[in-house]
Design a protein around this ligand. Structure first.
Ligand code: ADP
Ligand code: MG
Length: 232
């Protein structure tokens, strides 16, 4: 699904040039659950943003489903991203003015689907994320764990092939974080490929493979501890 060849990313600000990623080589197969770890500032979010087509490499290639997207113009990248990739973040990023149902419905409004099917899909995914009973509530009325479950529901509502999670349990207590990890694991078992940045060794246990970054380079990579099981 993902192939990254000799990818580097530098950021140029006024006087300084920062190398965020240096000569990354990486492949991720459909159905995998991959964790990316490493100290603050080592390039984890930059790598995730490039995989999610929010940003482009300075050098090297990024292939998604055999299509080279790294060198595409922003407009084209956005087109490929939609329907294929979605994100969850540490900070949930829900829309405060919309209730839970409307937040999750949002990505479906851009698709050409009948409103009855749309409603069925929103209710189904809210149930799967165990947050259906809060569908009329607003984000500020929910706990952090509940907000993250809504954010995950929204991210997967349109059935993306790839879910990118940047420290999804970073703002949650240990028990709530575990619940969120279990939900991500279930999604992965149902076929969603997941790449997750985390600082938590426990959360990384849910992944098939752990990639450790240091100073923008892959410093270590664990071998797959079990083959991903895909049930389509
Ligand atoms: P991590 O997620 O591992 O903490 P990041 O990918 O956010 O690390 O950042 C890697 C490096 O790139 C850091 O030195 C950071 O300051 C720099 N960086 C990230 N994004 C930008 C940006 N938009 N402009 C300038 N520098 C950036
Ligand atoms: Mg980061």
């Amino acid at each position: 699904m993902i192939k990254i060849e000799n990818l580097s990313k530098t950021f140029q600000t006024e006087e300084v040039e920062t190398t965020a990623l240096n000569n990354i080589k990486l492949e991720i197969k459909e159905g995998e659950f991959v964790a990316i770890m490493g100290p603050s500032g080592c390039g984890k979010s930059t790598l995730l943003n490039i995989m999610g087509m929010l940003d482009s490499p300075s050098e090297g290639k990024y292939y998604f489903d055999n299509q080279e997207v790294g060198s595409q113009k922003e407009k084209q990248r956005n087109k490929i991203r939609k329907g294929n990739v979605n994100f969850v973040f540490q900070s949930f990023n829900l829309i405060d003015e919309l209730n839970v149902y409307r937040n999750v419905e949002l990505p479906l409004n851009y698709l050409n689907i009948k409103s009855a099917d749309k409603k069925a899909r929103v209710l189904e995914i809210l149930d799967r994320m165990k947050i259906g009973h809060r569908r009329n509530h607003y984000p500020q009325q929910l706990s952090g764990g509940q907000q993250q479950r809504v954010a995950i529901a929204r991210a997967v509502a349109a059935n993306p092939k790839l879910l990118l999670a940047d420290e999804p349990t970073g703002n949650l207590d240990s028990k709530t974080g575990l619940e969120v990890m279990n939900l991500l694991s279930e999604l992965n078992n149902d076929g969603t490929t997941i790449v997750m940045v985390t600082h938590s060794e426990r959360d990384a246990e849910f992944a098939h493979r752990v990639i450790r970054l240091f100073d923008g380079e892959i410093a270590a990579e664990s071998t797959a501890k079990k083959m991903p099981s895909i049930n389509f």
